[in-house]
Design a protein around this ligand. Sequence first.
Ligand code: TXA
Ligand code: MG
Length: 364
Amino acid sequence: MMSYIEAEHTKQWRVNPEYIQASRCAIQEASALLQAGRTVAFPTETVYGLGADARSDDAVARIYSAKGRPSDNPLIVHIGRREQLAELAESVSPVAERLIARFWPGPLTIVFPAKPGVLSPKVTAGLDTVAVRMPDHPVALALIAASGCPIAAPSANRSGRPSPTRASHVLEDLAGRIAGVVDGGASGVGLESTVVEVRGDAVTVLRPGGISVEQLREVAPDVALDPALAPAASDDAGFQPRSPGMKYAHYAPRGRMLVVSGDAAPVRARMLHELAVAREQGQRTGVLTFDEHAPDYGDAAELVSTYGRASDYAEAAKRLYDALRAFDEAGIEFIVAEALREEGIGHAVMNRLVKAASGHIVSV
Ligand code: TXA
Ligand code: MG
């Protein structure tokens, strides 16, 4: 297993997503590596992905070993054209068709019954389903088209680290372990795609993400959350989430983390109290809050990061993983974060926050 990750030179290309024609050479070189069974990280509209030819056992094995990813956690397959879906999925239901028409390309991953014998069994981790999405990013689409293959791509971070929203994050985690990274600047949404399963008319959200439950309901009347997403479920050892990745403690910063939810005044009081206790114990402390509340924490913590303005949850999604990485860089040992309301993209942000905090959330 180690043989893949010894002394690999990680090539870098800079590509301007607004002017992709100028970067034909870079796309050609990167896609040639993919065709040769190597791993290349690339930007999508959600986060950076670590791509490899989804049909090749050897190529997909390189993804798992570079990331240190558990082999029972299946990968999302990325396609560039709607017609590619027929090569991967046994069938596409009418409700799935409606979701595709409305949200592809875009941050929605749909789980389909898999066509046998097409993909490396390592992609689906032994399941008889396959998760597919069409990313809405010119660099991702150009790379998929040039490679001519379905691309398996998990987020391009070491397993257990926050997902990368910039090429520099990818290099922090994976330099020397992957064949290359295409740098197309910061990714847009900042959080991963929404993963859904469709059964008859029923849509089940397995992972909240870039497309909100409210948006899904505009197209499909019957949308429910997988019971595994309820916070209590993660404490129940016997509970099996349908999206295998949801059972891992993801996105964890190195410091201990607590999320505080409730009305503004008691939240501020509790956050200041937790910070004071941690500082008394000699810990380096950090705060994650909204711009409007940042002045409350002026001297109370060593690093105060913000989600942006309280009215702009899309900005919070963009900044979250960057902020978590910055706490690590500053050597922060205790982080206290203000909760968001679980509406729109706030639902996905809260899902990632609570995971980052290993379930440590208090309501005041
Ligand atoms: O935005 C994204 O989705 C990013 C970018 C790179 O496209 N990719 C990403 O991949 O987040 P990853 O591997 O970090 O997360 C994939 C999620 C995991 O929770 C996994 O368990 C779930 O999708 N998944 C994959 N195949 C599945 C399947 N057949 N059934 C249920 N869940 C599946
Ligand atoms: Mg991931």
